[in-house]
Design a protein around this ligand. Structure first.
Ligand code: E4P
Length: 214
């Protein structure tokens, strides 16, 4: 499973990218709004650092508007992926983008049928939202299993991005259940690196090394 970073913060992207484990970035209007910068300028900055897929979301609700916005965003850099909401208008836009060779990430996916339709429309990625399903008492991870099983059964090439990840267990489970990518917030990425036994182990090795020198 690959990792994307779920943020529009340039410092987080720079720090995480330097680790060599990040293959792309996902943004959404809420993440961009937190940054207080021009969306286009921020996308230019991100694509100057990240060579893999950088998802940029459209905010229009009609297919025509989505296509206009998406084409503008896609012109910023060749690795921009257009993030489109899972609606009837969104499907129309995805199908048109797909014919134009523009990559898409269908977002706000909460059911296997939505994922199937998005794939059929030609989506490059689908983003099932784990955390938001858990928030309403559903099991977000079961959705990953269902989509992965269906996509494998029908040889569907659309990749599954486990999104709305809230903690490291979501990441492990999404990997076990067949997500191709997990888009992780910076905080979760940092949590994944750490283990108390690793810290204790380093401390002990250094203490023993010091003792041996005496
Ligand atoms: C990424 O593509 C999604 O927009 C993001 O993971 C949503 O996360 P949230 O549910 O924590 O806002």
């Amino acid at each position: 499973m690959k990792f994307f970073l779920d943020t529009a913060n340039i410092d987080e992207i720079r720090t995480a990218y330097a680790l060599g484990v990040i293959d792309g970035v996902t943004t959404n209007p809420s993440l961009v709004a937190k940054e207080n910068v021009s969306f286009h300028d921020r996308l230019k900055e991100i694509t100057a650092i990240v060579s893999g897929s950088v998802s940029a979301e459209v905010i229009s609700l009609d297919a025509e508007g989505m296509l206009r916005e998406g084409r503008e965003l896609a012109a910023i850099a060749p690795n921009i992926t257009i993030k489109v909401p899972m609606t009837a208008e969104g499907l129309k836009a995805v199908s048109a983008f797909s014919k134009e060779g523009i990559r898409t990430n269908v977002t706000l996916v909460f059911s296997a049928n939505q994922a199937l339709l998005a794939a059929r429309a030609g989506a490059t990625y689908v983003s099932p939202f784990l955390g938001r399903l858990d928030d309403i008492g559903h099991n977000g991870l079961d959705l990953i299993s269902d989509i992965a099983e269906i996509f494998a059964l029908h040889d569907i090439e659309t990749e599954i991005i486990a999104a709305s990840i809230r903690h490291p267990v979501h990441v492990t489970e999404a990997a076990k259940r067949g997500a191709h990518i997990a888009t992780v917030p910076y905080k979760v990425l940092m949590q994944m690196i750490k283990h108390p036994l690793t810290d204790i182990g380093i401390e002990r090795f250094l203490a023993d090394w010091e003792k041996a020198k005496k």
